[in-house]
Every structure is written in C-alpha cells, then in structure tokens.
Design a protein around this ligand. Structure first.
Ligand code: FAD
Length: 566
C-alpha cells in the first residue's frame, strides 16, 4: 500500500510552540490498533532521514508498536556504496534506490517529504519545512514522544575557495550531474573549434580526496575510459586523457592497512592514474586547481593543474540542522563535527530517552582512552589485583591495544604512537609498566579522535540496534503513556548499550578490489571484483534492487556502458 496518507494524516487542530506554528497531528488510521485500548497510547515515533541508519531501524521495528512518521527531503533510500558505479553508466540510477514508502508501509507509518530544521526539546516538537503545492515553503511542528535523528552529514569543504567549480558525490542527482559533465567534456573535446591545449584541459579529471569514495570514483572513471569511451570517441588519444587523485596524507585509502594502500597505489600507477600525495588543495578555479605539495625533505611547493572536471570528496561535516541543535544544547555538546550521544545513542543534553542520534550525524561519547582503562581494570580484576598494583608487559599491552583497535579501527595510528611510547618508556622499567604510568600514556590519545567511522556499516548497526531496543521498550511497557510515568532509565533496564563491531572495509580499485577484514587483508583482480560485487549484492536492500543490479551487470558485459547523458 503506497498511497499517500498526508491528507488524512497531517491535520492541524492547533497552533503552538515558541513560534506559534501549526502542530500536525498524526492519526491512528489502522483498524487493528483502534481495537486495542492500550494502543491508544502508542508513542509517536518520528524518524528524520531515509538513509542507512533510519532504514535499518525501520526494517527491525515491529509494526504497530509506535505511530511512525518519517521525514526526509528524499522519498527513497540510496545504496551509497555502489554510487560511484552509477556516475559512469556501469549501473543505472534506479538500481540503487528503493522507494521509502514501500519500507514505511510495513510499519503502517507515514512519510512526509520535508526537512527538519529545528527541535523544541522541552515541548517535544520538531520544526519541519515542506514545499507546498504553490511552491512555497511552509513550516509546521510535528509532535514526538521519541525522536530519531539520522540526517547524515554534508561534504567537508575545509574552507577551500572555489568549490562551486567542483562536483560532489552524495546523492543520485550528484551522480547524474557527474555523468553529464564527464560525457559533455568528451563531446566538447571532439569539436573542431577546440584547441589542443583546451582538449587536454577538458580531459583532465581531478579527484580531490584519496578516501574510498574518491578512489572508487577514479577507478570507475578509468574503467569507463578504457573499456568504452575511447572506442566511442576514436578522435581522442589515450594520452590526451588524464586522471589525478590529490591526497593530503602520505597514502591513499589511509584508514586501510598500509599494504592495501600500497597495492591500490601500485594499481593506479600501472593504470596511469596520477596519485599526488602530501598535497593540499588551496583553491579551485573554473579551469585549474591550485595546490601545495610537500616533498620528501619537507619542502612545500605551490603547483597548478589544468582541469576540466573536479570531484570534491574530502570527508564529512555537520549539517546546518545538526549545528542548530548542537548550539541549542550548549555545553552539553562539545564535539564540533557531530552530535554527541551516550552509549545508548541518546542525544546528550536532551531530556533522557526522548531523542536519539545515529549514523554520520552522530558520535558516541565512548572514548578510546576510557576503553583502554576499562580493559586494564578488567585485567587487574582477572588477576585478583588492585588496578594500582597491575604491571603489564609489552606483549600484554599489544593484546589490549589489538582489542581496542577492533572496536575503534580509526584509533590505529594513535595506538601505534602509544606502542612506540611504551617501547621507549619500557626500556628503563625492566619490561613492564604499572597502571598509573599506562594511564598517563593512554591519556595522551587525542580525545577528538574518539568518534566511530562515518560509514554505512556503522549507521546500519546503530539503526538495527535502536530497532531492537524500541521493540523491547514496547514489550516492556505496553500502552506506554509518554510523559505520564517516570520509568527511570528505561533504555538501560531493557537493553544493553550499543557496541560497534567493525566487520572490515573493502574498496574497488579498477578491475581489482581490496579487502581489510579484521586483520585478514587481501587484494586481487577479477575474482576479488566478483567477491566485492557479491558482498554488495547480498547487502542490497530488496529483491527488486538485486534483480536490477544483476541485469545492469549483464547489460554492461554484453552491450558496454550506457554513454548517454540526459
Ligand atoms: P545518510 O545515508 O546520508 O542519510 C541521511 C538522510 O537524511 C537522507 O535521506 C537525507 O535526505 C536526510 N536528511 C538530510 N537532512 C535532513 C533534514 N534536515 N531533515 C530530514 N531528513 C534529512 N559506507 C560504507 O560503509 N561502505 C561504502 O562502501 C561506502 N561507500 C560510499 C560511497 C559514497 C559515494 C558515499 C557518498 C558514501 C559511502 N559510504 C560508504 C558512507 C555511507 O553512505 C554513510 O556513512 C551512510 O550513508 C550514513 O548513513 P546515515 O543514515 O547516517 O545518513
């Protein structure tokens, strides 16, 4: 049942809140729930966003326990890991999206195509802006008993000038614009009025950012050039086309195991994809990129690269909506990059148990230093010792650090720094350190780096966790009357705290793929590509998208890529 229920759902019987806006009342519209007295008090669950976090939660929730209302400017779920393939016509756009109403209808919920812009925490109202039939923006309040914020993040600009001259890759529309621009550049390069110099510029493709998205896009672009484009544009010579990746660190894919980064770099070198490491973009002009690059002696040189296309893909930053909320919550929120939650994923500073934040827009206050100390305490306890009397060897330390790294893969660099400190410290201490000395070392970990990675994997786990917990809450307190009874710390009573389990990372690097799966690292050609495809195929959200993906891959193998830009 995908019919739009907005007219029956969004009634505005009253106005209120600090801005005296209309307040939408979402009605119970299923007969089954009306028969049950207790269901009258079903809590209003408002979910913001239709990405990985929200969809994982919706898939886990039992229908009819909550009045679910989902708000998002996009009425579809986007399978982001395969988005780079859509920019070059390997996959069709529609194969990566699933209509959100199909997912919401299982919960007998409502979907509103709108955008959350603020939250009145004390009155439990989300301020929502929607574009009405006249094309005007109208704001209204949506009341909630429980609010889930899973609005993702935006692209980090790092304050660089001229980013209006770049393309981004986050949405289906972004992918469509990239495809159009790349193909148009090829068409313009073939015009008799285009000079040789201009043709080289048009065919210079730059990717700013050597993380997984930038690397996968460069790999897909390279595949398209070699497998389809050059045959379709016989006037263009291979050496007139160039692909460059600008990376600020010393390696691309720097969050992966070093051996895999090196493999990816070698693969790119073999494929003539130019990787510029230790390079920082200063400015992007319509026809060139200005960047600085540090050489082996630490000397920084200013350089320029003519370009016809630039993809900006340099990490994530907080959305305007999340910034508004963080400012509102004042000192309770100290992280400038994401909304902080406790380990039950409840927004810190908001009334306990009302508001949760998951996925890229959030970070869990569960820092690495605390985790290390907890492990050390556990070790002392196992040995029947007081922590202050605990002494550990370097091997034991490595063991603990390994366990922490599994939970916080991004802590790798810091733990390696600690290893070095331990080793140098250790020499004077006859092979062991005591608890207070270790504690001292652990505190040297940069507290800013305590956040979990901004990945679909994390958002998916957090959404699934909340779905399960909300089912438990509904079972534990049937007919839950919001605000009327103080249940204490209900989350803690019904369910464990969230724990992230890193399942590994993978990336496509141009007719080859790399895998970093909990210490088991491997890379390879065709077989690895098939494995990479099958993992994503299995994770794809529905039977419909799986069928479409299979058709796209077959179509590409038989007829080549779709090289039309609409
Ligand atoms: P999103 O999935 O970004 O969803 C956010 C949702 O909120 C969207 O529906 C958006 O429209 C909506 N929204 C935004 N603002 C508002 C608002 N104010 N009110 C209401 N709704 C709002 N991760 C991996 O683990 N593996 C990969 O291979 C991988 N590849 C990627 C490739 C690309 C090209 C990209 C862009 C990302 C990739 N990621 C990958 C990262 C992954 O997509 C994100 O970590 C994940 O999408 C985060 O999920 P989320 O639910 O937090 O946010």
């Amino acid at each position: 049942d995908l019919t739009c229920t907005i007219s029956e759902a969004a009634l505005f019987p009253r106005r209120g809140g600090p801005k005296n806006l209309p307040i939408a009342e979402i009605l119970v519209d299923d007969e089954e729930s009306q028969e049950m007295e207790s269901q009258k008090y079903k809590p209003k669950l408002v979910i913001l966003g239709t990405g990985w976090g929200s969809v994982a939660m919706m898939k886990e929730l039992n229908p009819l326990d909550y009045h679910v209302t989902v708000v998002s400017p996009e009425n579809y779920f986007l399978f982001t890991p395969m988005l780079p393939s859509a920019t070059v016509g390997t996959l069709e756009f529609r194969s990566l999206v699933e209509p959100i109403r199909r997912i919401v209808s299982r919960l007998k919920g409502h979907f509103l195509k709108a955008e959350a812009i603020d939250v009145e925490f004390s009155e439990k109202l989300v301020e929502v802006a929607a574009v009405n039939a006249k094309g005007e923006k109208e704001n209204f309040y949506l009341p909630y008993d429980k609010l889930i914020i899973s609005v993702g993040a935006t692209t980090n600009t790092h304050g660089v000038k001229g980013l209006e001259n770049c393309n981004w890759l986050k949405t289906i529309e972004d992918a469509r614009l990239i495809k159009r621009k790349v193909l148009n550049n090829f068409e313009m390069a073939c015009l008799p009025t285009t000079s040789d110099e201009e043709r080289k510029r048009l065919l210079s493709f730059v990717v700013s950012g050597g993380g997984p998205t930038g690397v996968e896009f460069a790999a897909e672009l390279y595949d398209m050039l070699n497998e389809d484009l050059l045959q379709s544009f016989p006037k263009i010579l291979r050496n007139e086309v160039s692909v460059h990746v600008i990376q600020s660190r010393s390696h691309i894919l720097n969050t992966y195991d070093e051996a895999l980064s090196v493999y990816a770099e070698k693969r790119f070198e073999h494929d003539n994809v130019d990787v510029l490491t230790n390079a920082r973009v200063q400015e992007v002009r319509p026809d060139k990129i200005i960047f600085s690059q540090k050489d082996g002696d630490g000397k920084v040189t200013r350089k320029e690269l003519p370009m016809g296309f630039c993809l900006w893909s340099t990490g994530v930053a907080q959305t305007a909506f999340c910034k508004t909320l963080a400012d509102k919550l004042g000192d309770a929120q100290t992280n400038k990059h994401a909304l902080e939650t406790d380990t039950h994923l409840r927004l810190v500073g908001a009334p306990l148990g009302d508001v949760y934040a998951i996925g890229d827009c959030s970070t869990v206050q569960n820092n690495i230093a605390d985790n290390l100390v907890t492990f050390l305490r556990g070790m002392a306890w196992e040995r029947g010792k007081d922590p202050k009397d605990l002494r550990i060897t370097f091997t034991e330390w490595r063991n603990i650090a390994g366990k922490v790294k599994k939970r916080f893969p991004q802590a790798g660099n810091h733990l390696r720094r600690l290893d070095k400190l331990f080793e140098s410290y250790d020499k004077d201490k006859n092979g062991t350190l005591d608890f207070s000395e270790l504690h001292e070392l652990v505190l040297q970990i940069d507290s800013k780096l305590t956040s979990l990675p901004a990945t679909a994997q994390r958002a998916n786990q957090q959404g699934g966790y909340l779905g399960k917990k909300f089912n438990r809450i509904a079972q534990a307190v049937p007919g839950f009357k919001a605000n009327e009874v103080d249940y204490g710390d209900l989350d803690d009573a019904v369910y464990k705290a969230f724990e992230y389990h890193h399942l590994g990372s993978l990336a496509y690097v141009g007719n080859a793929a790399i895998f970093d799966i909990n210490g088991l690292n491997f890379s390879g050609g065709l077989m690895a590509v098939y494995l990479w495809r099958s993992i994503y195929f299995a994770q794809s959200v529905s039977f419909r998208t799986r069928a479409l993906l299979a058709m796209d891959w077959t179509k590409r193998a038989v007829f080549g890529r779709d090289l039309m830009a609409y």
